[in-house]
Design a protein around this ligand. Structure first.
Ligand SMILES: C[S@@+](CC[C@H](N)C(=O)[O-])C[C@H]1O[C@@H](n2cnc3c(N)ncnc32)[C@H](O)[C@@H]1O
Length: 376
């Protein structure tokens, strides 16, 4: 099989989490991660009663907004409780394909838990949406007080090539691995330069990004069964049975890259880099392990939950963010045929977990960064 890189592809037109609230309902782990970031958000946006407003916040790559809603609620509640009555503009950003409609309904209390509908609960809070990707500046220069992003900036602006032998950069080799590393470095610089443009002097960015930690662990690969390895194996088995072609196999390439902490901090560690010269300073960097809540519930049940029930709870959380990759690889087929193949793919994973659940989990590994725009 050739490892020669194919042409770059821009996957963003079709990239989306499943809509209608499916994403945040099936992604409890992502919410747990964001909840753990609340103290960093509070440190980045401390109350300043009497100061001139408005406060401008952004949530980059927010999906349907469900996973970060409690964090934003708590942050705003804390500001108001401390007597900070400045008006707040919170802009949710994502790709144009995102389900912003669910997001706006949720914040107004028309969907989901109305107790957390901060837009309805607090005066002077304005919820805006921005459907432009975060690789470009999204706000006027020097206008943003606090930017937050969770589990989103591992998405690349384009896949530099299809990976012919795997589905994810973590399993890529040779020229494909090098192409993904180069794309990720260029994209990270663009992301940081865009934030340097829009943050106010003294403004902060908190990123909780998927990455590779010091023990070489990443999402779904923390010592047990490697989730992306299982995806690749099951996808290859469909190719071996003649159900999909090699071209379809290769097209299922995640437009993602998990950076190491060193890759994240490189442009901030170098005082001569364009990012440092643009005024960004690294305040802290650390890694964060979050246990898969579905695996944890199964383990805690001590046999009360069947392996089949565990499998039926775990696969939807994987499917909520990965499905579009496999589905769009089959775009040349009639929609019903493509849907049936994708269903069969996830069913095979579920059957595998139900038959032998040991080691299956979607533990999260994040690299947490606190970044500040230097005061002038
Ligand atoms: C896994 S979801 C994370 C959602 C939420 N932040 C959370 O932590 O649960 C990743 C989100 O990033 C968005 N995304 C991917 N590439 C993006 C880009 N270039 N600009 C903005 N959002 C992007 C996706 O559309 C998706 O909604």
């Amino acid at each position: 099989m050739s490892d020669a890189p194919s042409a770059p592809r821009n996957p963003q037109a079709g990239l989306a989490m499943r809509g209608g609230g499916y994403y945040s309902e099936r992604t409890r782990g992502a919410k747990l991660v964001i909840d753990r970031a609340l103290p960093l958000a509070q440190a980045a946006a401390p109350p300043a009663p009497g100061a001139a407003g408005p406060l401008r916040f952004a949530d980059y790559g927010a999906a349907d907004g469900g996973t970060s809603r409690e964090m934003w609620f708590s942050l705003i509640e804390g500001l108001r409780a401390a007597g900070d009555d400045r008006e707040i503009v919170l802009t949710y950003t994502d790709l144009p394909s995102n389900d912003f409609s669910t997001l706006f309904r949720t914040m107004q209390g028309l969907q989901g838990d109305p107790d957390l509908a901060y837009q309805a609960r607090f005066d002077g809070v304005y919820v805006h949406g921005c459907g432009t990707g975060f690789h470009r500046p999204l706000f006027p220069a020097g206008s943003l007080d606090f930017g937050f992003s969770a589990t989103a900036m591992h998405y690349l602006s384009q896949t530099p090539c299809d990976i012919p032998t795997h589905v994810h950069a973590v399993g890529a080799e040779g020229a494909a691995a090098e192409a993904f590393a180069a794309q990720a470095a260029a994209d990270w610089e663009r992301i940081l330069l865009a934030r340097a443009h829009e943050l106010k002097p003294g403004g902060r960015l908190v990123c909780v990004n998927f990455g590779i930690d010091g023990q070489g662990r990443w999402l779904g690969n923390t010592g047990g069964v490697d989730m992306f390895g299982a995806f690749a194996e099951l996808w290859a088995a469909m190719r071996a049975r003649g159900e999909i072609t090699q071209e379809e196999f290769a097209r299922a390439t995640f437009a993602q890259y998990y950076r190491t902490q060193a890759e994240f901090t490189a442009p901030l560690d170098d005082p001569d880099s364009a990012v440092s010269r643009a005024g960004l300073r690294l305040l802290s960097a650390s890694s964060l392990y979050t246990r898969c809540p579905y695996e944890e519930a199964f383990a805690r049940s001590d046999g009360a939950m069947s392996a089949a029930d565990f499998a039926a709870s775990l696969i939807p959380t994987m499917r909520s963010w990965s499905e579009t990759v496999f589905r769009s690889a089959l775009d040349a087929r009639p929609p019903e045929e493509a849907a049936a193949l994708v269903d069969a793919f996830y069913q095979a994973y579920e059957d595998r977990v139900a038959a032998d659940p040991a080691g299956h989990a979607m533990d999260y590994i994040h690299i947490v960064l606190e970044i500040e725009k230097a005061a002038d």
